[in-house]
Design a protein around this ligand. Structure first.
Ligand SMILES: *Cc1c(COP(=O)(O)O)cnc(C)c1O
Length: 367
């Protein structure tokens, strides 16, 4: 039996105005999906990332579903998505009846490879779903150029890229529509929660309508399309607003943590997931690659024995039963997945906890 976990992979910081904002919901009895915090969170979020409008929803998976529905994607449509991703992105394509076409990743950035995306475009392709993984940005210039050439939508899954930038522009503002998650371990959290931001006002309006049961503008309790209840509660939005106020601080701390771990672990046979030139990595997860899969498992074992929790990289979707494929051109996704580790990545890790992680990894490699 391994010892109890003393350093988890993630722990949100809720020490700002979260409690007072939530108490305001309770005191005023606005606990459901109406109330002042919904708009304040949506507006604050739009301002932060530089989006026109934002739609708060109850998690990042329904955000993806809503985005694909709002673009009118469905049966017969192919949507290209990286195989190396969190499964929600691929599942959302399945929910609308479209076909996920899995693409390979780049070994240096771990993001979807635009050249492989290009190779997979067919007359049925309708969209590219770019997933910004672990806080790094996808190559949006190449992906958007491809989309323009072939008349495709671009969806950005920014669940792991809140605060990530290319140049001065935030992830989530390059494509037609973007989605975010505020799960407990994401860079800002609402417990469970998500956001959708669309560029085209008509698409925004449709997403808004579908979030709220497809309610028509013209008549009370009249529904003219099949909608959903994907709303966020005022309580979650209250937490989100408090988190948003401290977003810069969280990201700065995570970036500093990555620099510190990397410099303390210099010279070991591990490679840090790092910022691509011209981008700002938000380090949702501070991640490393070992040289071989068995080394990865051994290192994770040593850390676990020391009470330190880590995560393996996502299993590529093409290795899962629902999306299984023998495609030989997904090798890099498999390779990365077999060698990658997410280290503890929360903003308030203490110097002592960082020292414990460093000491354990150094000892593991006998150096
Ligand atoms: C977390 C995550 C999601 C899903 O968000 P939930 O809020 O957990 O539903 C989607 N895509 C990616 C890449 C994620 O990391």
């Amino acid at each position: 039996m391994p010892p109890p976990i003393t350093i988890p992979v993630y722990k949100p910081d809720l020490s700002g105005k979260e409690k007072s904002f939530v108490n305001e919901c309770l005191d005023t009895s606005w606990i459901s999906s109406k109330g002042v915090f919904i708009n304040r969170f949506q507006d604050g979020f739009s301002k932060y990332i530089g989006a026109q409008d934002s739609i708060a929803v109850c998690n990042g998976t329904v955000a993806l579903h809503l985005a694909l529905l709002a673009l009118g994607l469905g049966p017969g449509d192919e949507i290209i998505v990286p195989s190396l991703t969190y499964i929600a992105a691929v599942n959302a394509i399945h929910y609308v009846g479209a076909t996920p076409i899995l693409a390979d990743s780049k070994l240096d950035t771990w993001q979807v490879d635009p050249e492989d995306v290009a190779r997979r475009i067919t007359p049925k392709t309708k969209a590219i779903l770019a997933v910004h993984l672990y806080g790094q940005a996808c190559e949006m210039e190449s992906l958007c150029a491809l989309a323009k050439k072939h008349n495709l939508f671009v969806i950005e899954d920014c669940a792991e890229a809140f605060g990530t930038k290319i140049g001065k522009q935030h992830a989530g503002t390059f494509g037609d529509i973007a989605t975010f998650s505020f799960f407990g371990n994401k860079t800002i959290t609402t417990g469970e929660g998500g956001m959708v931001t669309a560029k085209d006002p008509a698409i925004h309006k449709l997403a808004l309508k579908l979030r709220g049961q497809g309610l028509a503008d013209t008549r009370e309790y009249w529904h003219d399309v099949v909608g959903f209840n994907y709303r966020m509660t005022n309580i979650c939005a209250a937490i989100g607003l408090a988190q948003l106020e401290r977003a810069d601080e969280f990201i700065a701390k995570k970036r500093a943590l990555k620099e510190k771990l990397q410099s303390e672990l210099k010279g070991l046979p591990i490679e840090f997931h790092s910022e691509a030139p011209g981008t700002t990595h938000s380090y949702w997860m501070i991640s490393i690659l070992t040289q071989a899969p068995d080394q990865r498992d051994a290192l994770r074992g040593s850390l676990r024995q020391a009470g330190i929790e880590t995560r393996p990289l996502f299993h590529p979707a093409h290795t899962m039963p629902m999306y299984a494929s023998n495609d030989k051109n997904l090798k890099r996704a498999s390779d990365l997945a077999s060698r990658g580790i997410n280290l503890p990545s929360w903003p308030n890790l203490s110097d002592q906890e960082i020292a414990q992680i460093v000491q354990c990894i150094r000892r593991h490699f006998n150096s």
